[in-house]
Design a protein around this ligand. Structure first.
Ligand code: ADP
Ligand code: MG
Length: 506
């Protein structure tokens, strides 16, 4: 079902994503040049003879990149091929000095075979998205058209850096198998899952803003209940979740309109026009045949042993999906809270550090993080796609929050005071929560005798409210609590006040 012009219509979306992530490694896939191509590095300073295909230069496979691919493969529950090959994919473009890209053949199993990830489907239930393959290939260089009015420049620093291309699977033999992405939101959840897995494993920074994660988006539509897939289009090189979702939406509407007007969709390669949020035809689709994949005679096949796979498996950290399950089962967090706290590895690590084994604190720490820390971007910037890392947690540390929650738990301070301390810390007040509480004389009033005395005063001063309460207006309890809290300067424990008041008024 899809909404078009505000009406739901009887079409469904079929989406296939080809996601490229830049593999983290010191050096490039086939040369010793540094793989750090970030924009602060001067152009063409990290280019070896191999990268620009000088005559006689031979590529040598960087085994670490293969290990990274295996690690990612294990992270997406995939089969790892014990044997795979590289091939030359022929095409000409000025950012590709070799005249071909070394990739893995489209019609043979690459390093990483069939796998899956689990996302939340649009119906709120877990949904498996099948992955067809993930293969290693070389990245291209970058062309710069904005340096000179009439000339373009090529920067080959990125040329030959290892990429892992992850392709989702469509079960064309069983088109009713719905383990594929079928809405813009599911596409985003899938990409976030891929990103978190890659980051958790240290396989890639997987950062769309810097281009270390990009996706080609294949979209087709079909009438609900139809048993075969229709022609898709492919929109290339998308680098933001928002654009990807817009492009899918636009493409789906465009195709539905064509069908509803009796036309047919052609298998085109599209470009996304950021300004208008539209897609337009870039070229008609090329086939794998057009690329004439040649075996690369300079490279040996990739051979992977069981021992190698086991060695890598043993170094794998807990993956976000497992962390989520742990938070739900061990700490009793809701699915939503568990998801928020596993958005990045740094967030979940921060949370785990704050909980520090004290299960009884977990829920409270989760609440503080989600409703307070995330609400203060000056302290917490992890939602920012650019950073995604945690030196953003500049002011409040995990042990600060743990101490604050401890103090509430042991009735040293009440929730209101905790909030004040929290704000003071955000404002740069130095010291631990306990030190700040001492400094400002914040202490919860625990002397029940003193609280009782104040309650008696408040009751004596409001005889008509007491009468109304006793004749059934129990909502007035809040009025009394509020007055008592005011008189104690907000230092009484509201729960204790509530209890005593209730007794005295009955
Ligand atoms: P190519 O190699 O030509 O880009 P693939 O067959 O490898 O094409 O498919 C690329 C992506 O497109 C895969 O994720 C695949 O699932 C998806 N795809 C293939 N056919 C369709 C279709 N009819 N509708 C939507 N996506 C599709
Ligand atoms: Mg493609």
């Amino acid at each position: 079902m899809f909404t078009i012009k505000g009406k739901t219509c009887d079409w469904e979306l079929v989406i296939g994503l080809e996601t490229h992530i830049e593999v983290l490694s010191e050096s490039k896939l086939f040369s010793g040049a540094s793989a750090d191509y970030n924009p602060t590095v001067a152009p063409n300073t990290q280019v070896s003879m191999v990268d620009v295909a000088m005559p006689g230069m031979l590529p040598v496979l960087n085994k670490y990149c293969v290990d990274q691919a295996i690690k990612f493969g294990l992270g997406i529950n995939a089969e790892i091929s014990r044997h795979s090959r590289f091939a030359r994919k022929q095409y000409f473009y000025p950012d590709l000095p070799q005249g071909y890209q070394i990739s893995q053949p489209a019609d043979e199993p690459p390093v990483v075979g069939r796998g899956w990830v689990e996302i939340m489907g649009d119906d709120g239930n877990p949904k498996k998205i099948f992955i067809e393959r993930a293969h290693l290939e070389q990245d291209a260089g970058k062309l710069k058209h904005d340096v000179h009015p009439t000339k373009s420049f090529a920067d080959y620093n990125r040329t030959g850096v290892a990429l892992l291309e992850i392709v989702t699977f469509l079960d064309t033999k069983n088109p009713e198998n719905n383990s594929y992405i079928s809405s813009p939101d599911e596409a985003e959840r899938y990409l976030r899952e891929i990103r978190e897995i890659a980051r958790a494993l240290g396989v890639s920074r997987a950062n769309m803003e810097e281009g270390s994660m990009r996706a080609d988006v294949n979209v087709s539509v079909r009438p609900v209940g139809d048993t075969k897939f229709r022609t898709r289009t492919e929109t290339k090189n998308m680098v933001s979740f928002k654009f990807i979702k817009n492009a899918i939406e636009y493409e789906a509407r465009r195709q539905i309109e064509i069908y509803e007007n009796g036309g047919t969709v052609t298998q085109d390669t599209m470009r996304y026009n950021q300004g208008e949020g539209t897609t337009s035809v870039m070229r008609s689709k090329e086939d794998a045949l057009d690329y004439r994949y040649f075996p690369d005679p300079d490279l040996l096949p990739i051979e992977i042993t069981d021992e190698q796979i086991e060695r890598i498996r043993n170094t794998m950290p807990e993956l976000p999906s497992a962390t989520r399950t742990r938070y739900m089962h061990e700490f009793g967090l809701s699915e939503y809270d568990a998801a928020r706290l596993t958005e990045t590895v740094d967030i979940s690590h921060w949370f785990d550090t704050a909980v520090n084994g004290k299960k009884e604190n977990a829920k409270s720490i989760a609440n503080w993080m989600i409703s307070e820390l995330f609400a203060h971007p000056e302290n917490w910037d992890a939602k920012n796609e650019k950073s995604g890392i945690i030196d953003e947690m500049r002011i409040i540390t995990p042990s600060d929050l743990a101490e604050l929650v401890d103090m509430i738990g042991e009735n040293t301070i009440n929730g209101k005071q905790a909030k004040e301390i929290f704000i003071k810390m955000l404002d740069g007040e130095s010291g631990t929560p306990r030190e700040i509480a001492d400094k400002f004389g914040m202490k919860q009033m625990t002397d029940t005798g003193a609280i009782q005395a104040i309650i008696d005063e408040v009751i004596a001063a409001n005889p008509s409210q007491v009468e109304q309460y006793k004749s059934g207006k129990v909502g007035l309890l809040g009025f009394f609590v509020g007055n008592v809290m005011k008189k104690t300067g907000g230092t009484a424990n509201p729960a204790v006040v509530n209890e005593i008041l209730r007794k005295k008024l009955s």
